[in-house]
Design a protein around this ligand. Sequence first.
Ligand code: URA
Length: 258
Amino acid sequence: MPAQASEPETGPQRLQKVLAATGIGGRRPAEALIAAGRVTVDGVVATLGTKVDPARALIAVDGRPVRFDTRGGDAAKTTTFALHKPFGIVVTAADDRGRATVYDVVQHAMGAVPPGLRYVGRLDRDTTGLLLMTTDGALAYRLTHPRYTVEKVYEAIVDSELTDADLTRLRRGVELEDGKTAPADVARLASGVIRIAIHEGRNRQVRRMFEAVGHRVRRLRRVAVGPVRLGDLAEGAARPLTDVEERSLRHKVGLDQS
Ligand code: URA
């Protein structure tokens, strides 16, 4: 069992810490800028006690927005990588039942958990496959926002053979307790093995979709998120995104203009 990871930072954080990570030279220069009244958050002059959510706040120094998400330039260098989530691992920052989390897997795979690392959407404990993780708050926020419908592709092993009519129903959308699902791409890969591509990210959505047409998913694996493919990444391993993958992902959520 990998060591327990330190709890990652998500949500509001101290402004000086957020600012220190943007390449302005560390926490002391950040504190000096704040103390001098040169930093604003959403247009309001900040103080040393100010807390911000870097994914949402507009932070500016001397009136110029601080950028968190660029490759190069004067912004913070962020890290985005693909993780092959193993079976039985919980996608959460800290599990109240003490079970192993994705942060334990990252600690094991990379030797450390990058500060501010967050997962992009959840996979069920019993789902395996591709999980994107990033220190880029804006990217994580947009990738999980319903407005940006990034495709997620799954392979499901089901307990019984789906008919062509079942496949058609899945494609058109099925009625779930939280509403009808959007059209999906669905293909039979082999007997009892279905590939399904969806653009939403509701809780246990794929399993519930199959249940709605009378089948139980026995194994579920996510094989792609947008342009990023799981490929032959070993279970429990992580790899950085390629430049092409990262550019494409950012483009899909409108973060390529910065
Ligand atoms: N749909 C599910 O049912 N489970 C997952 O983990 C992801 C999508």
